[in-house]
Design a protein around this ligand. Structure first.
Ligand SMILES: C=C(C(=O)O)c1ccccc1
Length: 371
């Protein structure tokens, strides 16, 4: 019977255990360039079977929050080379999360102060974090987006492909496509944010089309075995909703099945919130969702996420419901989380006030059991 601490093959990536570090935005990369403290941060956590970096913008247009790293400048790629070297020197494995925020952005973060892009010109009810002219961080309402022209879609897919290639060239073991949490790709999939009448809107097949085409382009570029995807079928994050997500996400994973992906990373419930959250009047059938993927021939590792504790994680792996479990906030405060879970040792509690922005405090200064 598999257990949480067994090694595993995740596509082309051999990992030491079944514990993943979930992507965590930390807003500590001014000018979209990861600094040396970021190399230290990920190296400290390199005992995770698989590290997934914070969301990393595929282009300037993809940016939605201040001080989020990117993969589209030479300086950023040099910064990431230091990160991947530090993690590999410590024996770890790391993939980067390819992120386009879509409408969850602000004109001050966009090229030439323009409007953010989205499937439709529907403003999200929400806020984002920017650096004000006085140099202080603050939350502002997200800006009204403009609808992407059909003619822009190939260029958008090309931005994902280029970012995936850049990630491998920077030493990453692979990439995770961010198709969750109400960002661009999920904005296309949910009916509340996608009112298009062209081939990328309306029917389920049309609304999942962009995510499938991005996954196909990236798999062609770097290999399916180095490509994963993050999904959040029922999350209400960033003001997305859909009255019946089950057929949308079942159809999506059936289309992804032939790509030979490394992993499918699933946020169960509301992101960072109740695991039993549902959209519409039916609870989401997580087992049917995974079966839709497996029955279509999908063999990727299944990573479960959202609010897992040690016992839940051990039970889920032993039952075969998931192949890995991803932990987010526990990894912020416990660089040696794997050891603590193995020894059932007490966990440090994270300091919420240092999650976003700042420097070493609350980033690389949490104590290990040996401290
Ligand atoms: C990338 C994020 C996500 O996927 O929710 C994110 C962005 C800002 C703050 C927290 C999380």
């Amino acid at each position: 019977m598999p257990n949480l601490f067994d090694p595993l093959q995740v596509g082309d990536i051999a990992v030491a255990n079944r514990i993943a570090m979930a992507p965590l935005t930390r807003n500590r990369s001014p000018n979209a360039v990861p600094k040396s403290i970021t190399a230290t941060y990920y190296q400290q956590r390199a005992t995770a079977g698989l590290l997934v970096t914070e969301g990393t913008a595929i282009s300037h247009q993809a940016q939605g929050y201040a001080d989020v790293p990117g993969l589209y400048t030479p300086e950023a790629l040099e910064g990431w080379k230091a990160v991947t070297k530090a993690v590999h020197d410590a024996g770890g494995k790391i993939v980067t999360q390819l992120w386009h925020v879509g409408r969850i952005s602000h004109t001050s973060l966009q090229p030439n102060g323009g409007k953010p892009v989205a499937p439709s010109a529907i403003t999200a009810k929400g806020k984002t974090y920017v650096i004000n002219p006085d140099g202080n961080g603050g939350f502002v309402e997200t800006s009204e987006p403009r609808a992407l022209e059909l003619s822009e879609i190939p260029g958008l897919i090309e931005d994902y492909r280029k970012a995936a290639r850049a990630a491998i060239d920077a030493g990453f073991d692979g990439v995770e496509i961010h198709a969750a949490n109400g960002y661009l790709l999920e904005q296309f999939m949910r009916s509340s944010s996608n009112q298009r009448s062209d081939a990328y809107g309306g029917s389920i097949e049309n609304r999942i089309r962009l995510t499938v085409e991005v996954a196909e382009a990236i798999s062609r570029e770097i290999g399916g075995g180095r490509t994963g995807i993050r999904l959040s079928p029922v999350t209400p994050a960033n003001d997305v909703s859909d009255p019946d997500p089950q057929p949308v996400y079942n159809a999506l994973v059936e289309k992804l099945a032939p790509l030979g992906l490394a992993f499918i990373h699933v946020i169960e419930g509301a992101t960072g919130g109740p695991r039993d959250f549902s959209q519409g009047d039916k609870p989401f059938d997580w087992s049917a969702f995974k079966s839709a993927y497996r029955n279509a021939g999908g063999q990727a590792v299944w990573i479960a996420n959202n609010g897992y504790d040690r016992q839940m994680a051990m039970d889920t792996i032993a039952s075969g419901k998931a192949d890995m479990v991803a932990f987010g906030k526990p990894f912020i405060a416990n660089p040696d989380l794997v050891r603590r879970l193995k020894e059932d040792a007490p966990l440090n509690q994270p300091d919420q006030s240092t999650f976003y922005g700042g420097g070493e405090k609350g980033y690389i200064d949490y104590p290990t059991l040996d401290a």
